[in-house]
Ligand binder design. Structure first.
Ligand SMILES: [Zn+2]
Length: 228
């Protein structure tokens, strides 16, 4: 079978070819400017198995969600469960988001951007103490000293560990189930020991989170549901 793909060439790219499958199953190959087509076809051919597996997995997933309006009836994740949102405006009460009885209540008169800001602020407020506590827990368990825990607004990056061992996590991580959050925490903390994704690194992760691959998959499959 021939695989249809679109090609993006770049002068800046040095030697490596890479391949991406987008939301609508379209395949894009990134290549350096002068790579011969035959070589690119060979590369795609080698990736056939992975492409087939990825497309099958994508087909089994629910369709990618439409952009959230942050309106009544939409659902938002918190600690692995999704809960409905209700937006209202009550000028005599504080503006902002309250989570009560498995529902989000947002008191806000503003437009989408205003509502988005309130929601993000709420997730941040929840993420900071939760993630600090999990980092403390693993810091004691693994005897790994950690400097501080920062919360970011990163959309696609769950966490990071700087060269001087400062940990950052996206506030979106608080939308994931607790075992998935723990995997990301341990992943970033193991970068204190190994600043790469070598097999030694993954062995350190497996030592603490043996089923880490299921958690990675969960994040990959739910990433789009976490955007707003
Ligand atoms: Zn990493």
């Amino acid at each position: 079978m021939t695989i249809r793909y679109s090609l993006k060439r770049s002068r800046k790219r040095k030697k490596t070819l890479s391949l991406q499958i987008g939301k609508n199953s379209e395949i894009t190959v990134y290549a350096p400017s002068f790579t011969p087509i035959a070589e690119i076809d060979r590369f795609v051919e080698q990736k056939k198995g992975w492409i087939a597996r990825t497309l099958t997995r994508q087909a089994a997933l629910p369709a990618p969600p439409a952009e959230k309006q942050i309106a009544t009836g939409e659902r938002f994740y918190y600690l692995g469960e999704s809960h409905p949102l209700e937006v209202f405006f009550e000028p005599l009460e504080n503006a902002g988001l309250v989570f009560w009885n498995n529902r989000f209540y947002l008191n806000c008169a503003g437009g989408r951007e205003d509502r988005r800001r309130h929601l993000a602020a709420w997730y941040r407020k929840k993420a900071q103490p939760y993630l600090s506590e999990r980092v403390d827990f693993y810091s004691r368990l693994l005897k790994l000293p950690v400097k501080d825990v920062r919360i970011t607004s990163a959309g696609r990056r769950w966490g990071s560990c700087s060269h001087d061992n400062r940990l950052s996590f996206s506030f979106r991580l608080i939308m994931a189930p607790p075992p998935v959050i723990d995997y990301v925490v341990v992943h970033e903390m193991m970068h204190v020991r190994q600043k790469n994704h070598s097999s030694q690194f993954w062995n350190l992760v497996i030592g603490v989170i043996p089923d880490y691959q299921a958690h990675r998959r969960w994040l990959r499959d739910h990433q789009l549901l976490f955007e707003f």
